[in-house]
Design a protein around this ligand. Structure first.
Ligand code: ADP
Ligand code: MG
Length: 248
């Protein structure tokens, strides 16, 4: 599904990713871990199409399509979804209208019918209950005055409704209390199918107590320095990142 080859990315004059190669197949859950500043968010953002990054070298293919020149909304229509590390507040834009518009545009791009208000409300009710979002939040504007945990749950709600083929979760676990962490973990498991893939970007392994990744990669200084299975995340929790850094 996702094939990244020798990817070099910079911001302005500063090289951030220095040769990342990563393949993710349908049905898989991958975790990218690594110390702060190693380039994890850069990798997430560059897949989703955030504009200020420059691809100096290498390729990103999604379902055999080179996506470098596509806008973020075009990538979203293809099935890529990014849950932000820092979700933004959109004052004046009601939650319901925001998510329904996003969903309808995506359905339309796939030549499918828009949801009716009744269908949408039903889906929204089911998914917000699953994720544990208070129905009062749904009536407010997107993320406006939401707590950190509420913003993260809102990202999960959008993911549940948009049903992306590839979901990238950038530090979705940060700022969550134990209960919220558990709900997020459970919803990731529930949303994971044989037809989609999930890329979890995280500094800590705590979310991985609830979600078992197919593969774990350690990103250090813009390069994947080590890959392994779920055990690697546990090893990192015990030993930190320094032992890998010193080997690099
Ligand atoms: P991580 O998510 O692993 O903590 P990031 O991808 O956010 O790392 O950042 C990687 C490096 O890129 C950091 O050194 C950061 O300071 C730098 N960086 C990120 N955004 C910018 C920017 N807009 N301009 C300059 N440097 C940036
Ligand atoms: Mg980050």
């Amino acid at each position: 599904m996702l094939e990244i080859e020798n990817l070099h990315v910079s911001i302005g004059e500063t090289p951030i990713l220095k040769g990342v190669t990563l393949t993710i197949n349908s049905g898989e859950i991958h975790a990218i871990m690594g110390p702060n500043g190693s380039g994890k968010s850069t990798l997430a953002n560059v897949i989703a199409g955030k504009p200020e990054y420059i691809i100096d070298k290498g390729t990103i293919n999604f379902n055999d399509t080179l996506i470098h020149d596509l806008r973020p909304d075009e990538r979203a229509n293809l099935g890529i979804f990014l849950a932000f590390q820092y979700p933004v507040e959109l004052p004046g834009i009601p939650m319901k209208q925001f998510i329904k518009t996003a969903l309808d545009i995506k359905l339309k791009s796939q030549n499918m019918k828009e949801t009716t208000v009744r269908e949408f409300n039903k889906m929204l009710k089911v998914e917000s209950e699953n994720i544990g979002i208070d129905s009062k939040l749904i009536k407010r504007c997107v993320n406006e005055g939401f707590s950190g945990g509420e913003k993260k749950r809102n990202e999960m709600l959008q993911m549940a409704l948009l049903k992306p083929q590839l979901s990238i979760l950038d530090e979705t676990d940060s700022g969550l209390d134990i209960d919220a962490l558990k709900t997020v973990g459970q919803s990731v498991n529930k949303l994971s199918t044989n037809e989609n893939a999930i890329l979890i970007v995280t500094h800590y392994q705590r979310l991985l107590n609830y979600v078992t990744p197919t593969k774990v990669h350690v990103l250090i200084n813009g390069k994947i320095s080590k890959s392994g299975d779920a055990e690697l995340a546990k090893e990192l929790e015990l030993k930190g990142y320094d032992w890998i850094k010193s080997k690099v």
